[in-house]
Design a protein around this ligand. Structure first.
Ligand code: XMP
Length: 557
């Protein structure tokens, strides 16, 4: 990759010298020599997109969100992605994310030569800026004082398109230990902060470095900066809407499916419903939806799913009650990952059985979304750490015989909802809170048995009933009950009891990447607790989970 080795003419002191295009050229020649043939070549009619190279920042995903919110399609890829992997896009600009490394650290991620050579605007954020500066011949060095938290940015070149409509002084949020001390040739400083003489810098080719983080909410005008980059520097059109997404997806699905037969796993959740509707719009009756009742659903949910799908969508629909099979496969399993794997495998096997009975099915639709993909660390980025293997991504059996169609793979939940609405799905389906594929299987902590499931189901029903009555259902990302594996002593009636402890988990979130525990009114919590201990005799203690994500996850397993 494009690192300058110590023996190269531009890095003899460990710092890169800067005076002249000749040296920049030398640098790029070295990179080119190492990456022969690495050129960005879009396929004909490839849609416009911004590509975010991920250098491992915890905020990388937020950059993706901000760009999508501006109706510009973008994809985030690991920094060392080869250009062939981007040929399905016409890249309008690159964004280099922040990251934990220092550009001078051994093995630090580098900037691929094809990115610099593509001739499109580049926005480097934090580490991305340091890398851009370092790569093009400027100097980055440890800052005397780490800049962390709020800073005031003073704009010295307000007429630059990046600052269109913005004041001369902005409150920004920074987090970096290295600073830029000398700019590459052709660059000039556009803005400064107390600890960063080059807080924003740019050249005339649309290459811009920003040392702070415009993508976080703590930079209040960060959205505008990003929009200015997208529209006024990179010339994006901003026409990526739910309608266009549907049009493009329908065409792509039609093409890959041809005359094939498709089955779709309906769970009753938003994602699979929207995925099904999208595929239905593309291939109509070639799609059969199969609803597997795994016996791990909420009270009355199976019935609701059947009603909703038969009522709202004229789709080929099959209902398979596989409760016994799932519970048999989960017997004595306590490890969460093993549960997921077993549930995932059983689920897929059932589809294979259904496939056989339908005859000649080739494709399986799944409602995998972007956070599932990222959290299962399947982006190929070494920096991403596996947290949970969500069964619809990570736990698929290796010998699965169906080809997967995952039309929502690159979408965030709010985008999935917009697509659902644009497809004409009812609000009750589109705005339903997310429910995990393994269902109550990962909300009964420890072994999943019929009895323990039933206890949880009753308590969970009360939680949801009270949440709806209090009119807070749509304010919460998720609300649910967890049956813990802790028993405790209580007194119910005149008797000493030794019963289950139930946890109530209610979170607010914009997507499932981060979440906060919901500050529910005490009265509401009291009502839930009273009802649960009165109406579910096996439970004698109720606790409320006050952990945000991170450090906790939303589910307990
Ligand atoms: P965590 O617990 O990882 O959950 O913070 C994030 C979101 O994902 C859901 N979730 C799952 N969804 N299969 C799924 O389809 C799974 O195995 C799974 N585990 C968690 C969870 O409900 C939340 O919305």
């Amino acid at each position: 990759m494009s690192t300058v080795e110590p023996s190269s003419p531009t890095a003899t002191t460990g710092r890169v010298r800067t005076s002249g295009d000749a040296e920049v050229a030398t640098y790029l020649e070295i990179a080119e020599a190492r990456e022969p043939g690495q050129v960005l070549t879009p396929a004909p009619n490839a849609p416009e997109a911004v590509v975010i190279l991920d250098y491992g920042s915890q905020f990388s995903m937020l950059i993706t969100r901000r760009i999508r919110e501006a109706n510009v399609y973008c994809e985030m890829v690991p920094w060392n992605t080869r250009p062939e992997a981007l040929s399905h896009l016409t890249v309008k600009a690159f964004v280099l994310s922040g990251g934990p490394s220092s550009v001078y650290a051994e093995g630090a991620p580098t900037l691929p030569a094809y990115v610099v050579n593509a001739g499109v605007p580049i926005l480097g954020i934090c580490y991305g800026m340091q890398l851009l500066v370092h790569t093009l011949g400027g100097v980055v060095e440890p800052a005397g004082e780490r800049e962390y938290g709020h800073a005031i940015l003073n704009v010295s070149e307000g007429e630059h398109p990046l600052f269109k409509g913005l004041p001369a002084s902005l409150s920004v949020w920074a987090s970096h230990g290295d600073k830029v001390s000398q700019l590459p040739v052709g660059f000039r400083s556009l803005a400064q902060s107390e600890n960063a003489p080059f807080a924003v810098a740019a050249d005339d080719r649309g290459r811009i470095g920003i040392l702070f983080h415009p993508e976080v909410v703590h930079t209040p005008q960060g959205d505008q900066l990003i929009r200015n980059f997208l529209f006024d520097v990179a010339g994006c059109t901003g026409d990526w809407t739910a309608g266009n997404f549907i049009e493009e997806s329908v065409a792509a699905i039609k093409q890959s499916v041809g005359d094939g037969q498709v089955i779709c796993a309906l769970s009753g959740g938003v994602d699979s419903a929207v995925a099904a509707a999208l595929v239905h719009a593309a291939v109509g009756d070639q799609l059969t939806c199969i609803f597997v009742d795994n016996g791990l659903l909420r009270m009355g949910e199976a019935q609701r799913v059947v009603e909703t799908f038969t009522k709202h969508m004229a789709i080929n629909f099959r209902h398979v009650d596989a409760t016994d099979r799932f519970l048999r496969d989960l017997a004595e399993v306590t490890d969460p990952e093993t549960k997921r794997k077993r549930i995932g495998e059983t689920f897929i096997r059932l589809f294979e059985d259904e496939t056989k009975s339908l005859g000649g099915v080739d494709f399986l639709v799944q409602g995998t979304t972007y956070p599932d993909v990222i959290e299962s660390a399947s982006t190929g980025n070494d920096a991403a750490v596996k947290i949970k293997s969500h069964h619809n991504v990570g736990g698929l059996p290796k010998d699965m015989k169906l080809t997967l169609i995952e039309p929502l793979r690159n979408l965030f939940k709010d985008e999935v909802r917009r697509v659902g609405t644009a497809l004409g799905l009812p609000d009750e389906m589109v705005f339903r809170q997310p429910f995990p594929g393994p269902g109550l299987g990962i909300r009964v902590i420890g072994e999943v048995t019929r009895d323990r499931l039933e206890v949880l189901r009753q308590a969970d029903f009360i939680v949801m009933d009270e949440i709806r009555k209090a009119n807070v259902y749509y304010e919460l990302w998720q609300a649910f009950a967890v049956l813990t594996n802790t028993k405790s002593v209580g007194v119910q009636g005149d008797f000493r009891t030794y019963g289950h402890t139930l946890a109530i988990r209610c979170v607010t979130a914009e997507d499932a990447m981060t979440a906060d525990w919901a500050r529910l009114p005490y009265d509401l919590l009291a009502k839930m607790s009273n009802r649960i201990t009165n109406e579910v005799p096996e439970i004698n203690r109720v606790v409320y989970d006050i952990t945000s994500k991170p450090p906790g996850t939303i589910e307990w397993e």
